[in-house]
Design a protein around this ligand. Sequence first.
Ligand code: FAD
Ligand code: FES
Length: 268
Amino acid sequence: MSTTPFGRRLCPVTESRASGGYRVFSLHDAEGPEPLPGQFYMLAAERRWGEGGARPFLPRALSVADVGNGGGGVRLDFLVEGVGPGSDRLCELAPGENVWVNGPLGNGFSAPGDLAPGAAGAILVGGGIGIAPLALLRRRFADRGVPVRVLLGFRDAAHSGGLDDLFACCEVGLASEDGHAGHRGYVTELLAAMLDGDDAASAAVYSCGPPAMLDAVAALCAERGVACELAMEAPMACGYGACFGCAVPKPDGGYMRLCVDGPVVRGG
Ligand SMILES: Cc1cc2nc3c(=O)[nH]c(=O)nc-3n(C[C@H](O)[C@H](O)[C@H](O)COP(=O)(O)OP(=O)(O)OC[C@H]3O[C@@H](n4cnc5c(N)ncnc54)[C@H](O)[C@@H]3O)c2cc1C
Ligand code: FES
């Protein structure tokens, strides 16, 4: 079996549990390299995937939310929200099943100092299921002694999760549109208040979430001269640059393939 990043391999499910309105499941990747925060995998269950002519057919993209070592390989944790046939099937995975895995794919987040020379700290801003890649990013920054502040927002209780599983060990500024947790409103309101109390050059912002939230984060950062990186999404068929299904327009003209030129892009 190939161990190259693009080599598809079967990995066993070792755990799957509910996490609020989402699910966390873990795979044991015996051969794959350890992923960078921001990278993603194309996943397809070995069974009940395209069988009987029913969707899902193509693999689905999921960001890696956490990793662990042990057992002679890498433990990959994913946070998934069931929104259709592919993600619903991934939510149903149980230990003992296998998943076809391709990855890690795409690029990762940069260090604060690489985004802005004076930036020593990081502000992570996540919305909904977009909190997933920020969990591993927070862990890696903490490992390297980078000061990190975390702001997470959810629509309502049914569309929230992952906090106890992925952010249990750190302080989180919370917002929810229905007021069930933390500040009632948008997480971008917490970000605006935080940036206004900051020296703009002291931290870089890292964000993942719904497109409208990412637009708001990018605008807030641009207004204040704060460097930011955004993890974006587009429907993906292959995940490694071959199908052009994930092409998105670039601000200066032309297109980029989000799976190879992203999913992490500079704000603006
Ligand atoms: C790089 C990347 C990382 C991702 N990480 C995660 C993750 O960590 N956890 C998670 O739960 N989901 C993640 N997603 C989204 C996930 O891939 C989709 O939710 C999933 O493919 C939907 O498939 P489905 O069969 O469940 O639903 P479908 O029926 O295929 O789609 C349901 C609805 O979502 C829309 N949609 C599907 N895929 C996308 C997309 N990529 N962007 C915008 N709209 C889409 C469809 O148009 C449709 O309206 C990620 C996507 C990308 C590209
Ligand atoms: S998903 Fe195929 S080119 Fe990006």
